[in-house]
Design a protein around this ligand. Structure first.
Ligand code: FMN
Length: 294
């Protein structure tokens, strides 16, 4: 596995659409991920992730689901369009838990082994697992799950070091990333609370992780990947122009049939201080005019 940089764009529901992924890739992400995608839909030939291979040249799809046959069919269906498969063992939302997908599976290591084994044996592409520290404080088992992933042939493990119970609250415990890295032979991708290039370097130097995954910071500023790459090379980076990023995102969306509500939500991420006025816009033209007035 070779990536053009050590900084990856996280899978994010309602954020990681085609236009966003293309921007992250263009600004220097080594790998971009689709949002969590149900194997059941892919297995039926429903492809909502809309990967543009000409523009996103290093892309992973994140899968969810526990039906082994569906997972195999999903992998076969989408394999040609992706470079990496990722399996979601971190989603903490109630709806996912009810459907037995995401972080709740951390409580079932034997099932995790079967699932990861099935995905690995269905493809020649690298398979990653994205995990949390554990489902709850009562069962912090990231070392066990990480080892399972390695044993069945996963190519890397991403750790978001919180429990599912804390969702995105509390601080990410980077000590867990350090510990996992010291126990595994496969690459470890550190994730959680990386809000700046300084944080990214700090995470790499304090944990020795191989790659850093950025979520919310990338949603606010896809150019953070260029900033991280510049910072690691030169110790400096430039502030990004948030209005330019918003316009660039809007321009890209016209090619990928992205809903206005999604566009607005992205532009709000880019331009948080202007969220009030952006949220009042009702169509693309008004949104564009509003951006010009800022
Ligand atoms: C809006 C949003 C949607 C998310 N959707 C997913 C998802 O589909 N799959 C996943 O594994 N994690 C998902 N996450 C978690 C992120 O991938 C990441 O692990 C988490 O935000 C911590 O990283 P950060 O501190 O850099 O944001 C989501 C996070 C956010 C903010």
């Amino acid at each position: 596995m070779k990536f053009k940089s050590r900084f990856f764009a996280a899978p994010m529901v309602r954020v990681s659409d085609t236009a966003f992924r293309i921007m992250c890739y263009k600004y220097g992400a080594g790998l971009v991920f689709t949002e969590m995608t149900y194997a059941a839909a892919l297995a039926r030939g429903i492809d909502k992730v809309n990967i543009d291979r000409r523009q996103e040249k290093s892309v992973g799809i994140q899968l969810a689901g526990t039906d082994l046959k569906e997972l195999e069919s999903a992998v076969k269906f989408i394999e040609d369009k992706v470079d990496v498969f990722d399996y979601n063992l971190g989603c903490p939302v109630d709806k996912a838990q009810k459907q037995k997908v995401g972080a709740i599976l951390l409580e079932e290591p034997r099932l995790v082994r079967k699932i990861l084994n099935k995905i690995v044996s269905s493809t020649n592409k690298p398979v990653f697992a994205k995990i949390r520290s554990g489902y709850s404080d009562k069962n912090i088992n990231y070392l066990k799950i990480g080892k399972i992933a390695q044993d069945v042939g996963c190519a890397a493990v991403t750790l978001h070091p919180r429990t599912a119970a804390t969702k995105r609250g509390g601080g990410a415990n980077w000590e867990h990333i350090k510990k996992l890295k010291s126990k595994l032979d496969i690459p470890v991708i550190g994730n959680g609370d990386v809000n700046s290039p300084e944080d990214a370097l700090q995470l790499m130097s304090t944990t020795d992780c191989d790659y850093v995954m950025l979520g919310r910071a990338a949603a606010k500023n896809p150019a953070i990947f260029k900033q991280c790459n510049d910072f690691i090379k030169t110790g400096k980076y430039k502030e990004s122009n948030q209005i330019k990023l918003a316009n660039e995102y809007i321009e890209l969306t016209t090619k990928y049939n992205i809903k206005f509500s999604t566009i607005k939500s992205h532009v709000t991420y880019f331009l948080k201080p202007h969220a009030g006025i952006i949220n009042k816009t009702k169509d693309l033209n008004t949104l564009k005019k509003t951006l010009k007035s800022l």
